[in-house]
Design a protein around this ligand. Structure first.
Ligand code: SF4
Length: 732
């Protein structure tokens, strides 16, 4: 069994415990320090939202962790990242004091008073000269929702910023827009028990076996003998475990999904009553897909006709069919329409609102869903619309601010903010808990933008990230486990994450830092109500009242912890009642559009923006390397255990035929070149990658030197999955 697939279950038999990273298990109950209490806290890596029990020593500080046995999400399981979640807190490169860049380029430790004064003075000078639109922040899907909400309202309504964004743009912007357009609200319909209750699970551009290992365990717990289908250019770990793998050509998914729709219509595999009662636009959609003849679809996608027919039959005959997608769909040049093509399939076959069904986007980061509702970038804080005057007035009234402080349009997107920096229109940038100099597509551009900024502030746990190294001012932030708040997971579950360690040195929670900045900026009056994460949560509840994501019925943080998290909606009318542990949306067939009907949305497929040619003959795909690695590795690289479980060097997957043509042997050093940059990697020859394609894991900074900056026109999410490259053997 590959280490990636190892999942440890707390409290299980000894041989199962042996599957956990050895150092973690060894540390469960040290002899010297016996835990005296336990505090459940939701994991701060991925969107699965597992609960971990922090075992506390006499001083209230976590000694170690084990997965919570009775939490409905993970049921006593955790992946290696969860078991090792405390390790990054102890890293030697934690930033423990504010740091200000000096004239000679070095950083000097300064006090918080000086740091906040410098920050506010420099941002105020830009504001005075160029207006609030010359300031911006780039935030994250990794901080708690209360912090996201506070940063969003402070930045936009307090400091006058107009265009702000977060790294959620890189993972979930597509799902946000696709759901909003199709369902009338960003509303993932499913609950995790749908993994266990499906007859047919279709994963498109998703590799849960390593990217969401606990969700994959839920699939493994399905007792209905389900058929698992994977649509992915690579034979991923999930594809290896599937019943049917459709190895499509990269970015041909939209063609395939339209072809499936046509064949299902031809076979009469439609839920006509549902379509007529609960949707709009089906007739136009049916006419549109009638052009997608199966033999042409087969040619364009590289999938044999028999495999397409097999999938059509599975969907047509399945009583409970669920469609799941993640970054392979979300990160594409037509990602919104691709996500909606999956939504269309679920709608036309009536696979929504029932157990084991749904068009289900698996979220990336632990709190991307919190960012989508409360980040105040695309949607007005609370899931409202900036363009709606009544919404602006309502939000202003709840927040106790002037309606005029609320912009009348959503923020421009991440890539557009970078354009504004390059054009000299944004001059002050505040980067919070993210590392764009590693993670953003076409990375070279980020480095070149630095010279256009008058002042760059980075707020992070570490002063060693690529972006922090470019900063003028670094603010030391507490990490996961060092503060309280709420995450919202993939299935809309609000879960409590708790402070189980004290942050090192002078590091402060992001919430406390935002309050200091707000006070110094002059927003103290209206920020007084945002006195603590709990107080912020109450404001969020008030904002949510009457919205689809209503959480006004949640009594307290303690209730969240006691209940095993609570999925939205949980309105005031439910206050005090015992929530069911799993709830899904749309059981009544009513959607959040004005007419209550879901919409069929579609567009013709467009060619891939950068296709291989004779100079760059290979197509590069990027993605997660292993379940021990998280994004830029700023945290997972701090755990000795996780480092041992992950590849040591950057590797590139090469098909055996290509390796033979190029004269490459296993472990050879090669250079991979695109029009934008180059890197060196070790060759990994494997038939899991198709001929003519290469794969690089995204966790190495160099990888985004190669990627091509294409963006979906609706969500502005970058397409990390397809660009043209060349490969050359390097002689040692
Ligand atoms: Fe669960 Fe994700 Fe944390 Fe792993 S990283 S323990 S799957 S929440």
């Amino acid at each position: 069994m590959k280490p990636d697939l190892l999942i440890a279950r707390a409290g299980a038999m000894t041989d199962e415990l042996a599957l956990a990273p050895a150092d973690s298990v060894r540390g469960l109950v040290p002899n010297r320090l016996k835990p005296v209490a336990t505090a459940p806290t939701v994991c701060g890596y991925c969107s699965t939202g597992c609960s971990l029990d922090a075992h506390l020593g006499p001083d209230g500080s976590a000694l170690n962790l084990s997965p919570s046995l009775n939490y409905p999400v993970n049921q006593g399981m955790a992946c290696p990242k969860g078991w090792e979640a405390l390790a990054p807190l102890d890293a030697p490169d934690r930033c423990t004091t504010p740091l200000l860049r000096q004239a000679d380029g070095s950083f000097k430790p300064i006090s918080w008073e000086e740091a906040i004064q410098v920050f506010v003075d420099r941002f105020r000078a830009i504001h005075t000269k160029h207006g609030g639109q010359a300031l911006s922040f780039l935030s994250t899907g990794q901080i708690v929702t209360e912090e996201m909400a506070l940063l969003g309202v402070l930045g936009k309504f307090g400091m006058g910023m107009v265009d702000v964004d977060s790294n959620t743009r890189q993972c979930m912007a597509t799902a946000h827009v696709a759901y909003k357009q199709s369902f009338g609200y960003d509303a993932p319909p499913f609950t995790y028990s749908d993994f266990e209750e499906s007859d047919v699970l279709i994963f498109v551009g998703a590799n849960p076996a390593i990217a969401h290992p606990i969700m994959w365990q839920r699939v493994m717990q399905n007792r209905r003998k389900p058929k698992v289908v994977v649509v992915d250019p690579r034979k991923t770990e999930t594809a290896l475990s599937s019943d049917l793998h459709l190895a499509i050509l990269p970015k041909s998914d939209l063609v395939l999904l339209y072809g499936l729709a046509r064949r299902l219509i031809e076979k009469g595999a439609l839920a006509r009553e549902f379509v007529e009662a609960h949707t709009t636009g089906f007739d136009l959609f049916a006419h549109f897909v009638s052009d997608y003849k199966i033999h042409e679809v087969s040619t364009l996608t590289g999938v044999p006709m028999e495999a397409i027919e097999e999938l059509v039959d599975l969907i047509a005959s399945g009583k409970r069919v669920s469609f799941w997608w993640t970054m392979g769909v979300n990160q594409g040049h037509q990602s919104t329409r691709t996500a909606q093509a999956l939504i269309n399939l679920a709608l036309m076959t009536g696979n929504i609102g029932r157990p084991g069904t749904g068009a289900n986007s698996i979220t990336g980061q632990c709190n991307a869903m919190g960012s989508r509702i409360y980040g105040n970038a695309t949607s007005l804080v609370g899931g409202y619309d900036f363009g709606n005057a009544a919404h602006r007035e309502h939000v202003a009234r709840i927040l106790g601010i002037s309606t005029a402080a609320i912009p009348e349009r959503p923020s421009r997107a991440y890539d557009e903010i970078l354009d504004l920096i390059a054009a000299g229109e944004i001059k002050g940038l505040w980067v919070v808990a993210t590392d764009p100099a590693h993670s953003w597509i076409d990375q070279e551009r980020i480095g070149s933008l630095r010279e256009h900024l008058d002042f760059l502030v980075v707020q992070d746990m570490y002063a060693t990230t690529a972006t922090a190294r470019m900063a003028d001012l670094i603010l030391p932030a507490a990490g996961w486990g060092e503060k309280d708040g709420v995450f919202i997971n993939s299935e809309r579950r609000l879960g409590l994450t708790q402070k189980v360690r004290r942050a090192p040195g002078q590091a402060l929670s992001d919430f406390a830092i935002f309050r200091l900045v707000g006070e110094a900026w002059g927003c103290g009056d209206w920020l007084r109500r945002w006195s603590s994460p709990q107080a912020a949560f109450r404001i969020m509840q008030e904002l949510s009242r009457g919205r689809p994501s209503d959480i006004s019925g949640i009594g307290s943080y303690q209730e969240l912890a006691r209940a095993g998290g609570i999925q939205w909606p949980w309105p005031e009318a439910m206050r005090g009642k015992e929530p069911e542990s799993e709830r899904r949306l749309f059981e009544d067939g009513r959607f959040f559009t004005p007419d209550g009907r879901a919409r069929f949305l579609f567009d013709p497929p467009q060619p891939m923006p950068e296709r291989p040619n004779c100079d760059y003959p290979y197509l590069l795909n990027t993605g997660r390397g292993s379940s021990a690695q998280w994004h830029t590795g700023s945290r997972t690289n701090k755990s000795e255990v996780l480092v041992k479980l992950a590849p040591r060097e950057l590797f590139v997957e090469v098909n055996p035929r290509d390796a033979s043509d190029l004269g490459l042997a296993q472990n050879d050093r090669v250079q991979i070149r695109s029009r934008r940059g180059r890197l060196v990697a070790r060759v990994q020859i494997t038939a899991t990658i198709q001929h003519g394609q290469l794969f690089l894991p995204m966790h190495w900074k160099e990888v985004n030197q190669l990627t091509f900056p294409a963006f979906d026109p609706h969500s502005r999410q970058p397409s990390f999955k397809a660009c043209a490259v060349a490969i050359d053997l390097l002689r040692d």
